[in-house]
Write a protein that binds this ligand. Structure first.
Ligand code: T46
Length: 314
């Protein structure tokens, strides 16, 4: 599972905007079906089911609506309100759509053809299906770790003294080192490395191929008081291929763009655009960074690996 929102690049000029959707690129599966929902009664919610195998991306190409996603343990609300924002809904996730605006056109890209057999239309049936089918896959769990979730992808390794809560979702081929804590409302993608001593709190969304160095600190409440809980924890979003250096602090509510690099010991208080390098306390922009991790020169060319990113970076 990966961060559920997908932001599509807008190709814009004086004539307006254009978004291009491509299978296995910005849509993470082969597209076999497209359908759309419109002229909805604004008061009538839809959905109330999960799918056994279907993966989908939902996009409000006009208007807006809200979506609840529920993995059997945690329910989270998502808002779809622009045509360049998608919501990835993986298999075995319960969904409910509501608060449709009058002009809402909800377009759905689907990985499979329509099949009523793939639906789990009753919540109890959905929970039983999870219990019976989403069993421990081919991942490694150290005998001294506590792993309560069933949502862990194959080849992931979870090392000693780590505690993963029941609602967490962890993708394939991740390496989660000793003394790590992963709370319930946390989604971690594939090929993620989490070094020792990292605590990931409710609200974190971590993409694919992210590196989180030892003792990185995340926060999820800007005004913490003992025994006082916010109605919703501030989300931290880390996009694909970003790296966070050892002992950095990532303050609640911030987003780290794809391929960005946060230097060791940084205290990050702002959103970080893709391909940028930040460090210091408070962390500030220090330049652009290559996919290989080295700093780019002023022409956005990497003297280390030879990549020219001048057309990729705004
Ligand atoms: C989902 C959300 C976002 C078809 O014949 N072909 C189709 O491709 C689809 C999607 C539906 N149907 C039939 C099945 C029902 O008799 O259309 C009727 C309405 O479908 P449903 O009640 O499932 O609609 P929603 O809005 O509750 O859910 C739909 C999708 O079914 C579902 O997969 O994720 O949109």
């Amino acid at each position: 599972m990966q961060e559920r929102y997908i932001e599509f690049s807008e190709i814009g000029d004086a004539r307006g905007s254009l978004v291009s959707l491509e299978e296995m690129k910005n849509i993470p599966f082969r597209i076999k079906r497209v359908y759309y929902i419109y002229d909805t009664d604004t008061q009538l919610p839809r959905g109330f089911h999960a799918h056994k195998d279907l993966q989908q991306v939902l996009i409000c190409v006009s208007g807006s609506c809200k979506v609840i996603l529920d993995n059997g343990n945690i329910r989270s609300e998502y808002v779809l309100d622009k045509p360049n924002k998608g919501l990835f809904v993986d298999k075995t996730i319960w969904r409910e759509m509501y608060d449709f605006s009058k002009d809402c056109v909800l377009m759905v890209l689907a990985s499979e053809l329509y099949s009523e057999d793939d639906y789990l239309r009753n919540y109890e049936e959905f929970k039983t299906y999870l219990k019976d089918n989403i069993i421990e896959k081919n991942y490694f769990k150290h005998e001294k770790s506590i792993v309560e979730t069933r949502n862990i992808g194959s080849n992931t390794k979870i090392w000693a003294y780590t505690h993963v809560f029941p609602g967490a979702e962890i993708g394939e081929n991740c390496n989660i080192n000793d003394h790590t804590l992963i709370e319930n409302d946390v989604v971690i993608g594939n090929n993620v490395t989490i070094k020792s001593g990292v605590h990931i709190w409710d609200g974190a969304r971590i993409g694919n191929n992210v590196f989180i160095g030892p003792s990185v600190v995340f926060t999820n409440d800007l005004n913490p008081r003992s025994k006082v809980y916010p109605s919703k924890f501030a989300q931290i979003v880390i996009e694909d291929f970003a790296s966070i250096g050892a002992n950095s602090t990532i303050v609640a509510g911030n987003k780290i763009g794809k391929h960005a690099m946060i230097g060791a010991g940084a205290v990050l208080t702002k959103d970080v655009p893709p391909y940028t390098l930040w460090y210091g306390n408070p962390a500030t922009f220090k330049g652009f960074v290559c996919t290989c991790g080295k700093k780019l020169n002023e022409r956005k060319f990497c003297e280390s690996c030879g990549k020219d990113l001048s057309t990729v970076i705004d």
